[in-house]
Design a binder for this molecule. Structure first.
Ligand code: KG4
Ligand code: ZN
Length: 348
């Protein structure tokens, strides 16, 4: 079964064709980075306009690269939440219209379910596992029972980890988007040069925030108070700041992640989202040889249509369809701790 998946929740216009939730036949990602770079962050109105301009050529290119026509496609899928409203609406409306015009089934897909599924496109992974969803908008630690059943154990109480990378990079004028830039610059720095604080949310970390993370204190320390945390004998260079910030951000995530592993006894961890591309995060997890850590390939960490088509296949296999009056949602309350199972993520 071949599914055409559209992704337009933020600043990538993307379309992929995936067979049976696994075999990626084509995967086109048109990045808008050059258009937002000058503003050092995503400008929602520019993003929507670029999506509107690019969606048709990107979908056509995905079909061309797959050497398929629309007749060969069994279903159409598009991201409908969460993300920038104007951006989501372009891909969602395009996908629904295409499904309506061709009479094919339509599937609306939750972007975060997509990120969680990315590693499944290239690995056979058994449920349950502990999911680490780290992107520009989210930092979630979850017990993942199936492709659309995530029990959120912990989340950020303020900024997401990706946002912290982006803001630190913006403040020091290092470039946009910040994650990849900091990852690269950090390679020449010493992670021990600053001792930035890891936020402790509960006394002894045994309370209700046991798996939660916080990045706004770290962000403030790195941006406004770096001198206070500089260790003797070190210089305040971009490389040192990046290395120490990245180290602290990654350790913040993994302390909570390892807690979830120990508490649940589930020893498989699957990562997803843009920050899952981070080389230090990957290295730190690889050190834990007692845990089976699975990362998507770099190309599938960021936003793409293949992960959307992959999730859609699982819905379709179960007999689900999304109605054509499915709407877009900028935010999803279910990502708050404990609320995850009130409703299946991917459904309307
Ligand atoms: O998943 P994604 O492409 O979009 C969202 O759903 O938000 O994630 C984008 C985020 C950005 O904050 C970006 O700076 C971050 O992922 N990112 C990274 C790396 N590559 C991208 N963060 C840390 N290290 C990286 N190598
Ligand atoms: Zn994303």
């Amino acid at each position: 079964m071949k599914i055409l998946g559209i992704e337009s929740s933020c600043d990538e216009t993307a379309c992929a064709i995936v067979e049976d939730g696994k075999n990626i036949i084509s995967n086109v990602v048109a990045t808008q980075i050059p258009f937002h770079q000058v503003y050092k962050g995503v400008v929602p109105e520019i993003a929507s306009r670029k999506h509107a301009e690019w969606i048709l050529p990107v979908v056509r290119q995905a079909l061309r690269e797959a050497e398929l026509s629309l007749d060969d496609i069994d279903a159409i899928a598009a991201t409908n939440r969460p993300g920038l409203m104007g951006s989501l609406l372009v891909g969602l409306t395009f996908g629904k219209t295409l499904a309506w015009a061709t009479g094919k089934p339509f599937l609306a897909v939750n972007h975060m379910l997509g990120h969680m599924y990315a590693a499944h496109l290239v690995n056979d992974i058994q449920y349950p596992y502990i999911g680490l969803l780290v992107s520009g908008g989210h930092s979630i630690i979850a017990k993942v029972n199936s492709f659309d059943d995530l029990e959120v154990l912990g989340t950020t109480i303020d900024d997401s980890v990706g946002e912290a990378f982006d803001k630190v990079s913006k403040f020091y004028g290092l470039g946009y988007p910040g994650g990849a830039v900091i990852d690269r610059i950090a390679k020449d720095g010493d992670p021990k040069s600053f001792s930035f604080p890891i936020a402790k949310l509960d006394k002894g970390d045994d309370g209700e925030h046991r798996y939660d993370v916080s990045f706004s204190g770290l962000k403030t320390a790195v941006i406004h108070q770096a001198d206070m945390f500089l260790k003797k004998g070190y210089e305040k260079t971009d490389a040192n700041i990046c290395a120490a910030f990245q180290e602290t951000a990654c350790r913040t995530l993994i302390t909570r992640l390892f807690r979830a592993v120990e508490d649940t006894g589930i020893r498989t961890v699957v990562a997803g989202g843009g920050v899952a591309a981070n080389s230090r995060l990957r290295a730190l997890l690889a050190e834990r040889t007692d845990i089976n850590c699975i990362f998507p390939p770099l190309k599938l960490c960021g936003d793409n249509g293949a992960m959307i088509a992959g999730v859609a296949y699982q819905f379709l296999k179960r007999g689900d369809r999304s109605p054509l009056d499915t709407t877009a949602c900028a935010r999803i309350p279910q990502f708050k701790r404990g609320l995850a199972n009130l409703e299946h993520f991917g459904r309307r």
